[in-house]
Design a protein around this ligand. Structure first.
Ligand code: AMP
Length: 223
């Protein structure tokens, strides 16, 4: 099964994809995580990606599509994948459709997460992540802090703030989201693949609640 996670920054894509990875037993692949690993390893592609990410801009389509295409050829995702943060442009979505079509596959479900804008800013500045790229744990210093301050509950590595999780960068990331990524809602709505969910403390729905809803929906559905 192929699931796409859609939504503005800090709406909970990574958290929900991580929970679904466990409950549905489908690997989560985050393009943001792939880029952060490359940046940490200081590869040429990492340096290139960093020059965009640090400014809150999207990494160019041709670079991102190639990375995902290569990832989709790997053995562990042959029975399914949860794409977290890809596609982010209509061009990427069209490329994904073509890549999958050549493999006799298609996107099965697109989860579109919505969070009020003022909550997004709050979630970004209070988000913390595990510094171990293999771990991927995500925390929130207000709603979901690690048990020991600054230390990951799961692997014991340092918990840090992402370099691009600043109020300044999030403004740019949000405007890029509305201009370049939000049109994908219509794109997938036309394909009748959209599952809309609101993630907001105002209605008592956090990522873990939405992940449960999606799990039930998938298990009941005919995918
Ligand atoms: P994320 O971890 O999904 O918030 O991604 C972090 C950053 O990586 C984004 O703000 C973009 O700069 C870059 N990025 C991640 N996924 C993509 C993508 N599909 N297309 C272009 N840039 C991306």
């Amino acid at each position: 099964m192929i699931i796409v996670m859609l939504g503005a920054p800090a709406t909970g894509k990574g958290t929900i994809a991580g929970l679904l990875e466990k409950s549905l037993n489908i690997p989560q692949v985050s393009t943001g995580d792939i880029f952060r690993k490359m940046i940490k390893e200081k590869t040429e592609l990492g340096k290139l990606a960093d020059s965009y990410i640090s400014k809150g801009n999207l990494v160019p389509d041709e670079v991102t599509i190639k990375i995902v295409e290569e990832r989709l050829n790997q053995e562990d995702v042959k029975n399914g994948i949860i794409l977290d943060g890809f596609p982010r442009t209509v061009n990427q979505a069209q490329a994904l459709d073509e890549i999958l079509k050549a493999k006799g596959k298609k996107v099965d479900l697109v989860v579109n997460l919505e969070t009020p804008k003022e909550e997004i800013i709050e979630r970004v500045v209070s988000r913390r992540v595990c510094s171990n790229p293999e771990c991927k744990a995500i925390y929130n210093v207000i709603m979901n802090p690690p048990k020991v301050d600054g230390i990951c509950d799961i692997c014991g590595s340092k918990v840090i703030q992402r370099d691009d999780d600043t109020e300044e960068t999030i403004t740019k990331r949000l405007s890029n989201y509305f201009e370049l990524t939000e049109p994908l809602v219509e794109y997938y709505k036309k394909q009748e693949k959209l599952y809309n969910a609101v993630v907001s403390k105002s209605i008592n729905k956090l990522g873990k609640d939405v992940a449960k809803d999606i799990e039930e929906y998938v298990k009941k559905g005919d995918f």
